[in-house]
Design a protein around this ligand. Structure first.
Ligand SMILES: C[S@@+](CC[C@H](N)C(=O)[O-])C[C@H]1O[C@@H](n2cnc3c(N)ncnc32)[C@H](O)[C@@H]1O
Length: 398
């Protein structure tokens, strides 16, 4: 059966894409084409006969709905085969995007403010800062001795034991140097020393990340010190040749923060800005596309639609006292990052694993995991949380 490639034609002053389908005698003998042409049409598409060929003309299509509608032709085997092949053909044709739930194939570009967007993108040079990278494309298997393990130690040293290119996703929240009371870590050191240490760990993270792997860093700048840690970290990764994929705002609705410096109340002299959110910075090694070992996604359509909108309303973790850790992130944050950026069966690493929120959620979501933390106490608790199974303390999302 032959199908043409979706050339543009004009019908009664409107442009359509047209796929011409060769008809065999057998299909014609099914005598169903008049019913098809009368019943399977819409403001965005229709069929007609073009000599001995069937023509499908379309401007915009809700493909889900189209697939449902062809089901009523299931008993007409020859025609049904044509219709299913037609869907494959349509899916291979690039649409301009989705408008009101329909894929738009014609004229949509005319509505855009930027004409010839792709050419302009190419001319400007997408992620030009990352093009100098020399990352190898060969990915390696994570050795079994590290798989599904909580490892206690300094990540800079522990990560050196892992081979290159063996981790699919790194999700982590490093200490922010706010001066919190951690068990085995000084959280108020000079900023220069802080960044030297952090970047030596991140260098290892980049090395162990697979080609096409992602690293997602949750951070909050220390505004009182005027240190934009999220920008400094982003510059670090971009200088190392990773692609900055984007930034998610984690809106915690946390208004329990300093209002304004006394002395500048109601004055423009030095107002103190308030932040009720944290940042997630996302980087890709080598390629924006990630190939998983299984390529099995467990995202529902609703999750996908909601989470690609890059502002997430999630309440802060409420069980920090219970777990004896001063800076946990909530399980819901880990759940979204892991589902959106990794496939089932992928390896997820957290080099600042704390009491193991990432590793617990990774296990529940059927990912493999490695969690590293410098505190034996926190590692013990991470193990307990792994053995407890499903979420004891579910985080609320608003
Ligand atoms: C912000 S907390 C992470 C909390 C974690 N997301 C959770 O939900 O439990 C940062 C963690 O980094 C750990 N840490 C600090 N320096 C480290 C190092 N050099 N290697 C490994 N872990 C380190 C601290 O012990 C602390 O638990």
């Amino acid at each position: 059966m032959g199908y043409s490639n979706g050339e543009i034609v004009e019908v009664k002053g409107n442009k359509y894409k047209r796929i011409l389908i060769d008809l065999t005698k057998e299909v014609l003998e099914e005598d169903i084409l008049p019913i098809l042409m009368n019943s399977l049409n819409d403001s965005g598409y229709f069929f007609n006969l073009n000599g001995d060929k069937l023509a499908f003309l379309f401007r915009e299509i809700d493909l889900g709905n189209f697939k449902e509608r062809i089901e009523k032709f299931k008993n007409f085997k020859k025609l049904y085969k044509i219709l299913t092949e037609l869907i494959t053909k349509i899916e291979a044709i690039k649409s301009y995007g989705i408008k009101d739930g329909k894929r738009v194939y014609i004229d949509y570009d005319g509505e855009r403010k930027v004409k010839g967007r792709r050419d302009k993108e190419n001319h400007r040079g997408k992620f030009f800062y990352a093009l100098h990278h020399k990352f190898k494309k060969d990915n390696n298997k994570l050795p079994a001795e590290f798989e599904n393990k909580i490892i206690c130690g300094d990540s800079e040293k522990v990560l050196k034991k892992l081979p290159d290119n063996c981790i699919d996703l790194i999700f982590t929240s490093p200490p922010y140097n706010f001066g919190l009371e951690y068990e085995n870590h000084n959280d108020a050191i000079e900023w220069e020393n802080y960044f030297t240490k952090l970047f030596s760990i991140f260098d290892e993270c980049i090395r162990v990340l697979k080609y096409g792997g992602r690293i997602v860093i949750n951070v909050q700048p220390l505004f009182s010190d005027y240190i934009p840690i999220h920008h400094i970290i982003s510059k670090f990764f971009m200088d190392k040749g990773l692609i900055w994929k984007g930034e998610i705002i984690w809106e915690k609705h946390n208004y329990n923060c300093k209002y304004t410096a006394w002395g500048s109340w109601k004055s423009p002299s030095n107002p103190y800005l308030k932040y009720s959110w944290e940042f997630l910075e996302i980087f890709c090694k080598g390629s924006l596309k990630h190939e998983g070992e299984t390529n099995v996604s467990d995202l529902t359509s609703d999750e996908f639609k909601e989470w690609v909108y890059a502002k997430w309303d999630i309440a802060p973790e409420r069980n920090m006292e219970k777990w004896g850790h001063p800076a946990m992130f909530p399980e819901e944050l880990a759940r979204r990052v892991i589902k959106l950026f990794s496939f089932v069966g992928d390896v997820v690493l957290d080099p600042f694993n704390g009491v193991g929120t990432t590793t617990k959620v990774a296990k529940e979501l059927k990912r493999r995991f490695v969690g590293i933390d410098i505190s034996p106490e926190y590692c013990k608790k991470a193990e307990i949380r792994l053995s407890q199974g499903l979420s004891l303390f579910d985080s609320d999302s608003y």
